[in-house]
Design a protein around this ligand. Structure first.
Ligand code: CTP
Ligand code: MG
Length: 220
């Protein structure tokens, strides 16, 4: 078995703003992308980490890792394009596809994902939705029953040939916000394992500030 961590980091980070894409911002002195890779690289079951970066971001990547970056590939215009570029560049039996914008990865989540792969074609971390969900823009619309709804996180674990084939079968031009929906569309069963609030994605500038505060308080 050869397990690869594939970290997608080719996004522009538009919602977070700032001069540089969010994955290259530093949180408590270490770049978000480096933290995302650290969690994978430190796990004993993971053999290698590969990152997917935007065109022209080689210098940012090197700087984020203090001059010693992992292996990398150039990504594409959408997250799915970046995942496909990464999947084509790696060799292994199992891949854990992870967002660079999730800097804190508990080892126990990786344990649960790999264990779940014994009985499923894929596995993803999930947390139950806690807030009330409702439609609406300015005025409140219908409440959506939250029972049975999950927030799906990354890393998402799959046998490498399976997820490559699933991406090849997904309709060209249609966007997918994660890889589990691509696997399901190809007919594969994807298991849910317990996620972790520490894994939440940094999407806005506020999220980055909160991550900084949590690290300063040593809460992660
Ligand atoms: N990603 C990628 N290639 C893209 C778009 C996104 O590799 N073309 C990556 C991002 O770098 C991030 C992850 O996918 O690690 C999740 O995407 P998201 O949070 O949406 O990041 P961005 O697309 O960079 O942010 P935004 O949508 O606000 O521009
Ligand atoms: Mg995006």
């Amino acid at each position: 078995r050869r397990v690869i961590g594939l970290v997608v980091a080719a996004g522009a980070g538009e919602r977070a703003g700032g001069g540089v894409p969010k994955q290259y911002r530093r949180v408590a002195g270490r770049a978000v992308i480096a933290r995302a890779c650290d969690g994978l690289a430190a796990h004993p079951a993971i053999d290698a980490v590969h990152v997917v970066i935007g065109a022209g971001q080689e210098a940012l990547l090197a700087e984020a890792f203090g001059g010693n970056p992992p292996a990398w590939t150039i990504g594409g215009a959408t997250r799915r394009d970046s995942v496909r570029a990464g999947l084509a560049a790696i060799d292994g039996t199992i891949v854990l596809i992870h967002d660079a914008a999730r800097p804190f990865l508990p080892a126990a989540v990786v344990d649960r994902l790999l264990a779940a792969l014994d009985d499923a074609d894929g596995a993803v971390p999930a947390l139950p939705v806690a807030d009330t969900l409702a439609r609406g823009d300015a005025a409140l619309g219908d409440t959506v029953a939250r029972a049975g709804l999950n927030r799906i996180q990354t890393p998402q674990a799959f046998p490498l040939p399976l997820i490559r084939a699933a991406h090849a079968a997904w309709p060209e031009g249609e966007e997918a916000t994660d890889d589990a929906q691509v696997a399901r569309a190809a007919g594969h069963g994807v298991a849910l394992v317990a996620g972790d609030a520490a894994l939440d994605k940094l999407t806005t500038a506020d999220d980055i500030a909160r991550a900084e505060a949590r690290l300063a308080a040593r809460l992660v």
